[in-house]
Design a protein around this ligand. Structure first.
Ligand code: NIG
Ligand code: FE
Length: 384
């Protein structure tokens, strides 16, 4: 059974570049895109779904999220809005709540957030651990994440937990030893919060040790880099061939040059700057240097509790001066590049049939109508 999707006023395929087709149609067969073109050329199909003149874009690829957690940090957010600075210290609050939560509590929250994302057009999501920080709790968080996504990331090196205060190197030995051994079977990626400017996170040498151990265990690399200050994270990510350097808020010219020369995607998370009242990354500088830029939410209870990729697109356009087309590409194909996926982030023939419908005549409305729930993932009967 295949399905012909009609009534598409504007279709963005990202194949090639933005790949806009007006008055378009698309055939989905067995969960994949089987045909794309003008409505007038559409082939016959077993079923039809008419979208009534809406826009279709590739489902968003949210390549950076922390969704396995318990507890609430709205008071920390409120304090920040009154002038308190974000330094990652609040992560300990979530760690305590997560350790105390049952599997079902964590699973319920995680499922609700993934559903909330899907309802807003996100069809691929990466999920990190990082709020367990014991061997058992990190492995448990990754097992739960793997129930919902193949894009699971071991972030045992999120912060140094309270019981290891003043003994960061001992904690790194735990992360790179028994914790990695317990977590690697449930993870595709390893990540580290490389931030010498934070008393809670890891310096360049510690980050290198975590990434090298993860790589030796067969994991791909991702780095929380240069969020609070210009530090070693970005260049370390490029040197080690990480798939992505995330945040990239404070970059030197050498960081930009390294990204431009390497294969590491720069993943920008403008919801974090919004929710921590920080200066935005210089997206234009990266784009003009030829760096591949992704956009993601960083959905987490501390630095940014939004699940909305459309909101991040609006911020990217308004605050980082990306064009609506650049922002949409970065939120779809850019996210796919950051996850080294070729089957998502575009709607070329053979791609996964992950379609997001925008209730508007053009994709530009994603930025033009900030905060309005106009985009959702299309649920096609028999899609899989
Ligand atoms: O990407 N910077 C480190 N980790 C997260 C925030 C986690 C938290 O505050 O709970 C981030 O911003
Ligand atoms: Fe993060």
């Amino acid at each position: 059974m295949n399905t012909l999707v009609t009534g598409i006023a504007e279709l963005v395929t990202n194949d090639p570049s933005l790949g806009v087709v007006h008055d378009a149609a698309l055939v989905v067969d067995d969960g994949s895109v089987a045909w794309v073109g003008s409505a007038g050329d559409a082939p016959p199909a077993d079923r039809r779904t008419d979208l009534g003149g809406r826009t279709v874009v590739p489902g968003f690829v949210d390549s950076h999220a922390h969704l396995v957690f318990a507890g609430d940090r709205s008071a920390e957010f409120e304090a920040r809005m009154s002038g308190a600075r974000y330094d990652g210290g609040g992560i300990g609050t979530t760690v305590a709540a997560t350790r105390a939560a049952t599997d079902d509590e964590l699973r319920g929250r995680l499922r609700a957030l993934v559903a909330e994302m899907r309802a807003q057009g996100t069809t691929t999501v990466e999920v990190k651990s990082g709020y367990g920080l014991t061997v058992d709790d990190e492995a448990r968080c990754l097992r739960l994440a793997a129930e919902l996504t193949p894009e699971t990331t071991f972030l045992g090196a999120h912060v140094v937990p309270a019981e290891y205060a003043g003994r960061a190197d001992e904690y790194v030995a735990l992360v790179t030893g028994p914790m990695l051994a317990a977590c690697a079977p449930h993870a595709r990626w390893v990540d580290v919060f490389c931030e010498p400017a934070s008393a809670h996170a890891f310096d360049g040498d510690q980050a290198r040790a975590v990434l090298a151990a993860g790589r030796d265990a067969g994991l791909g690399l991702r780095v929380h880099a240069n969020q609070l200050s210009a530090g070693p994270g970005v260049q370390l990510a490029v040197e080690l061939g990480a798939a992505s350097a995330d945040h990239c808020t404070h970059l030197t010219a050498a960081d930009v040059d390294a990204l431009a020369a390497g294969t590491t995607v720069a993943t920008l998370l403008p919801g974090v700057e919004f929710s921590t009242r920080s200066p935005y990354p210089d997206a234009r500088r990266l784009l003009e240097a030829g760096v591949t830029v992704a956009l993601a939410t960083d959905c987490n209870p501390g630095s940014c509790f939004t699940s909305s990729m459309a909101f991040c697109i609006a911020l990217a356009v308004r605050e980082m001066r990306m064009t609506p087309a650049e922002a949409l590409w970065s939120a779809t194909a850019g996210g796919a590049a950051a996850l080294r996926r070729t089957d998502v982030g575009h709607l070329g023939v053979g791609a996964r049939a992950d379609l997001a419908v925008v209730d508007a005549p053009s994709f530009r409305h994603l930025a033009y109508r900030p905060g309005v729930p106009i985009v959702h993932a299309l649920e096609l009967a028999g899609r899989h």
